[in-house]
Design a protein around this ligand. Structure first.
Ligand code: FMN
Length: 381
C-alpha cells in the first residue's frame, strides 16, 4: 500500500528493522488499525451522519452515494448514520431503521459497495428516546405531534427534552426488556447484511444516554438513581448486541463524555463507565463525543475540542478511543494520534465538505495512498 517507497533507503538493515522504519515513516493517520479480526486500512472514520432521506426506514440511492463516495475517497471506516431499532425510535420519519428484512437488504447493497472500495463499514445502532418524532432539519427540525405524522415518544422518565417537546411515556420494565430484544434483532440483521463493525449510540441525549444522565433519568427502580443503575441499560444493551454480534467482530460505543450542564454526566463518571466496559471485554473502542441531553448546554468549540475526553478515557481506562469534533486538518489529526490521545480520528462535517478528504490529507502529510483506478487521472494537484 503506502509503505514500499522507503525500502531502498534502508538497504543493509535487517528485514525487521526495515519494516519498523517503514512503518514509522508512514504517518500514523495512514497506518492500519486492527480490532479483533478486522483490520482497517487507516485511522480515518466517517462519523455517523443522519441524512433524513429514507422512506419507511429503508436506505436508497442517496445513502449508497453518501457512504459509497466516502469509501471511494479513502476512509478506513465508513459509518452509517444512526439506524434505529424501532419506528418510534427514529429522530425523524425519514431516518433509517433495521427492524425488518427489507431494510437489511437495502443496507446489504451499500455494505457490498463500500467493502469493494477497500473500506470497512460500521453501522451505528440506536434509539432516539424522547428526542424522537421531529421534522427533518431543513423542515425546521421541530417536534412533530401525532396529527403532524409524529408519535408518542418513550424515555426513562416523563420529562420532555425542551419546550415544545411532548412529555415522553416512562418506560416500564416490560418496555425496557422489549427494547433490549430490539437491539439484539437489529444487530442480527446488521450481521446478516455484512457489516464489519457495530457502534452502539449511547450519546447525544438519545435513549441510552437518557438513562445514563441524572438530568433525564429520575427513576427510582433498578434503572435509575445510582451510577450502577443508570449504567444498567447500556450494559444490558451491550450484552444484547453481543448476543448477536460475533466475538471476533469489533463493537464501538459512542458516549457523551460530559453533558456540559451542572449535575449531568461528567468526565469522572465517563472514565468509570469506560473502565467497566474495558473490564467487561465486550467493547473495543469508545467514540468520545459530548453533549445533547440538555438544551442548556454551553459547549466551548475549537478544533479538537473533545480530544481531551478521548485522551483521558484512553489513559485511565486503557481502552482504545476515537476522537471526534472539529478535527478538520490533517496535521491536527496526525498530532492527536502521534501523542497517543486516540486510536482513531472520526470526522463528520469535513467529510461532507470533501468526500475525498483522506486522499487529500495523504498529500498534506507527504505520503501516498492508492486512488481508485478510475480516478487516478485526477491525481494531479
Ligand atoms: C449532518 C449531521 C448528521 C449527524 N448525525 C449523527 C448521527 O446519526 N449519529 C451521531 O452519533 N452523530 C451524528 N452527528 C454528529 C457527528 O457524527 C459528529 O459527532 C459531530 O458533527 C462532530 O464532528 P465534526 O466536527 O467532525 O462534524 C451528525 C452530524 C452532522 C453534521
Amino acid at each position: 500500500m503506502n509503505t514500499n517507497v522507503q525500502i531502498n533507503l534502508h538497504a543493509g538493515r535487517g528485514e525487521n528493522d526495515r519494516k519498523i522504519l517503514q512503518r514509522d515513516q508512514v504517518p500514523r493517520l495512514f497506518q492500519p488499525l486492527t480490532l479483533r479480526s478486522v483490520t482497517v486500512r487507516n485511522r480515518i472514520m466517517v462519523s455517523p451522519m443522519c441524512q433524513y432521506s429514507a422512506t419507511d426506514g429503508v436506505a436508497n440511492d442517496w445513502h449508497l452515494q453518501h457512504l459509497g463516495s466516502r469509501a471511494v475517497g479513502g476512509a478506513g471506516i465508513v459509518s452509517t448514520e444512526v439506524v434505529h431499532i424501532e419506528p418510534r425510535g427514529r429522530i425523524t420519519p425519514h431516518c433509517l431503521g433495521l427492524w425488518n428484512d427489507e431494510q437489511r437488504d437495502a443496507l446489504a447493497r451499500i455494505v457490498r459497495f463500500v467493502k469493494s472500495q477497500g473500506a470497512a463499514i460500521a453501522i451505528q445502532i440506536g434509539h432516539a428516546g424522547r428526542k424522537a418524532s421531529t421534522a427533518q432539519p431543513w423542515k425546521g427540525g421541530k417536534p412533530l405531534s401525532v396529527q403532524e405524522g409524529g408519535w408518542q415518544t418513550i424515555a426513562p422518565s416523563p420529562l420532555p427534552f425542551a419546550d415544545g417537546y411532548a412529555v415522553p411515556a416512562e418506560m416500564d420494565l416490560d418496555t425496557i426488556a422489549a427494547t433490549l430484544k430490539l437491539f439484539a434483532a437489529s444487530t442480527r440483521r446488521a450481521r446478516e447484511a455484512g457489516f464489519d463493525i457495530v457502534e452502539l449510540h449511547a450519546a447525544h441525549g438519545y435513549l441510552i444516554h437518557e438513562f445514563l444522565s441524572p438530568l433525564s433519568n429520575r427513576r427510582t427502580d433498578r434503572y435509575g438513581g445510582s451510577f450502577e443503575n443508570r449504567a444498567r441499560l447500556l450494559l444490558e444493551a451491550i450484552d444484547a448486541v453481543r448476543s448477536e454480534w460475533p466475538d471476533d467482530m469489533p463493537l464501538f460505543v459512542r458516549l457523551s463524555s460530559v453533558d456540559w450542564v451542572e449535575g449531568g454526566c461528567d468526565l469522572e463518571g465517563t472514565v468509570r463507565l469506560a473502565q467497566l466496559l474495558k473490564a467487561g471485554g465486550k467493547v473495543d473502542l469508545i467514540d468520545s463525543s459530548s453533549g445533547g441531553v440538555d438544551p442548556r448546554q454551553k459547549i466551548p468549540l475549537f478544533p479538537g475540542y473533545q480530544v481531551p475526553f478521548a485522551a483521558e478515557i484512553r489513559r485511565r481506562a486503557g481502552i482504545a478511543t476515537g476522537a471526534v469534533g472539529l478535527i478538520n486538518a490533517p496535521d491536527l489529526a496526525e498530532q492527536i494520534l502521534a501523542t497517543g490521545q486516540a486510536d482513531l480520528i472520526i470526522m463528520a462535517r469535513a467529510m461532507l465538505n470533501d468526500p475525498y478528504w483522506p486522499l487529500h490529507a495523504a498529500k498534506v502529510l507527504k505520503t501516498k495512498i492508492p486512488w481508485p483506478p478510475q480516478y487516478e487521472r485526477g491525481d494531479i494537484f
